[in-house]
Design a protein around this ligand. Sequence first.
Ligand SMILES: NC(=O)c1ccc[n+]([C@@H]2O[C@H](COP(=O)([O-])OP(=O)(O)OC[C@H]3O[C@@H](n4cnc5c(N)ncnc54)[C@H](OP(=O)(O)O)[C@@H]3O)[C@@H](O)[C@H]2O)c1
Length: 260
Amino acid sequence: MQGKVVVITGASGGIGAAAASAIASRGGSLALVARRETELRAVAERCGENALPVVADVTRRDDVRRVIRAAIEHFGHVDVLVNNVGRGITRLPTSLTDDDIDDMIRINIKSMLYGVQEVVPHFKERGSGHIINVSSILGRMPATPFRSAYNGAKHFLSAITWNIRQELSESVPGVAVSLVSPPVVATEFGVNALHGGPDSRTLPFPQNVDEVGNVIAWVIDTRKLDVYTRPGSKPRVTEFLSKLGEDPPASVLAGQWDAA
Ligand SMILES: NC(=O)c1ccc[n+]([C@@H]2O[C@H](COP(=O)([O-])OP(=O)(O)OC[C@H]3O[C@@H](n4cnc5c(N)ncnc54)[C@H](OP(=O)(O)O)[C@@H]3O)[C@@H](O)[C@H]2O)c1
């Protein structure tokens, strides 16, 4: 970690701020990104002199371009981009509007893609780099109907992260692409969700945010590719998915079955 330059989006609070602390305490340098300047500056101050706050809205491509340029100009290069910004929604599938879907894609997908597209030319020049996309356990199993379009956006995020990894493993093999999938975490995520909804901090057994920050710092050190932040998540997802899906019997393929 020592000396690595890490850009973190969504760093004024929650998981991004916790990851920033974990990285700073291990000697990393940070470009910290969010919209609220006061909160962002407070996080940067806690992280020390090697933290640069950059106020930006990552749903705007020009802002993301400015962020990557500012980080390179300030530190000389970037080693890691953590695409952490994301937003939930509280609305059942049959009530979703066009604007709901657009918002979920803009904040959870396009922001990440802008970051990847802006930083990859720099990583190509250097022949190395690391992209970390923060998804969710709901990006592996759509277990909560009230999160609906968020579950869909995080499935999109998980899928396209695997595809970005496949693409870059051929064109720039020195670049690692990691996916990090937390469960419910005790942050303001719930209260910041589109249309409000339950506070993540009051849901049963949320994961401690500092644990998630430590896992992200560990992923930077180890370049692990696909990580849940809470032990026990993988069997939970496997069990959920094992109940879905059924193969047709051979008789159906042959057109020979009796309607029940
Ligand atoms: N907490 C959970 O239960 C949970 C579970 C699984 C996955 N996750 C994922 O973890 C990531 C972080 O979530 P969190 O719990 O830390 O959420 P959070 O507490 O709501 O924090 C979100 C952060 O993103 C920033 N942000 C939001 N929109 C932005 C924009 N357009 N441009 C720049 N910054 C923006 C916010 O700061 P400003 O308002 O200052 O911009 C804030 O720093 C998300 O991808 C989320 O989907 C969270």
